[in-house]
Design a protein around this ligand. Structure first.
Ligand code: FE2
Length: 315
């Protein structure tokens, strides 16, 4: 393919499906450090201290699942052009370009990736006034790690079609992809089934990161894994389970990539590289189980889902 269909600006927000929305809303707003911007019976929208209207949408569902990943693009014309080219490539659109019927406003489309994940490309969402960064609470989401049954196909789609770049590999097990200077906005992990592995929230500094962990400890919540610092991305990490059992991460200090100067490398999967400080130790079976989650075929599992090769219009 000659050119990607779009140039992603940043990861904007993530939607998670959870059965107990009240417990999860309470956790993310009263413990994790996000703030509720809107809610109705089946959804809660939460913001960080950054300008995004919301960074997390919790939606009531029968079982845990990834609802949608939203990437910011710059203009409506880019959304429209992406739609035209995605359709030409046979990529299904769950939502044709148009006004997003959502509390955050905006204009966008929703495509379905090869494993059924719903990916929103959007612009012109409402913004909110940034808040002080004094508190040890998240600025917003900074990356999502996705379990995939075919890491090469996933990487091919997100690079060739969506224009992301591979920053690093962790052997042939994980691939870290960027869409801006952050080392990764998403990563794929080769796994037994498709699911969300974890969602990471950016803390303003390592001090905020540690104070955030301390705040959780005050609430009686200890990390599933961490604190530590990863080799790939050089970011700090501390992983926790939310009330749904989904994994959320505090992170900071992710490596900044200078395009045309960055050399993609393949990291060996050894403890001294996945945990540079040696503070976290190897991940336990417990954290691995949480990160594996349950199988999530996304839009491919919906009864009304179209065949993957047939573009459709949202009704
Ligand atoms: Fe992470």
């Amino acid at each position: 393919m000659e050119q990607p269909v779009v140039r992603l600006h940043s990861l904007r927000s993530v939607q998670l499906h959870v059965p107990d929305i009240a417990a999860c809303s309470d956790f993310y707003s009263e413990v994790w450090g996000l703030s509720v911007v809107d809610r109705d019976t089946d959804d809660t929208w939460l913001r960080g201290t950054g300008p995004s209207h919301h960074v997390l949408q919790l939606s009531r569902a029968e079982r845990n699942a990834l609802g949608r990943i939203s990437f910011a693009v710059r203009t409506r014309a880019e959304v429209d052009e992406a739609a035209r080219r995605l359709t030409a490539l046979g990529v299904p659109l769950l939502r044709e370009p148009g006004s997003l019927e959502d509390v955050g406003g905006g204009y966008g489309l929703v495509l379905v990736d090869p494993e059924g994940r719903r990916v929103e490309l959007s612009c012109d969402l409402f913004s909110v006034t940034p808040r002080s960064r004094d508190q040890a609470v998240p600025i917003g989401v900074t990356h999502v790690v996705l379990n995939t049954v075919d890491i090469d196909r996933a990487v091919e789609f997100y690079t060739q079609v969506l224009g992301m770049r591979v920053s690093d590999w962790s052997e042939h097990q994980m691939a870290f992809l960027r869409c801006n200077t952050d080392h990764h906005s998403i990563a794929f992990n080769q796994a037994a089934w498709t699911s969300v592995n974890h969602v990471a929230y950016e803390m303003a500094s390592m001090d905020h990161f540690m104070r955030g962990i301390g705040s959780l400890k005050h609430h009686g919540i200890t990390p599933l894994w961490g604190p530590g610092r990863h080799g790939p991305g050089n970011n700090t990490f501390s992983y926790f389970a939310d009330p749904a059992g989904l994994v959320c991460e505090y992170t900071s200090d992710v490596a900044q990539v200078v395009e045309d100067q960055w050399l993609c490398r393949v990291w060996r999967r050894v403890p001294e590289l996945s945990d540079l400080w040696g503070t976290a130790g190897p991940p336990s079976q417990d954290v691995r189980t949480h990160m594996a989650g349950i199988e999530d075929r996304g839009a491919l599992a919906a009864p009304a889902a179209p065949a993957a090769s047939e573009p459709v219009s949202a009704s």
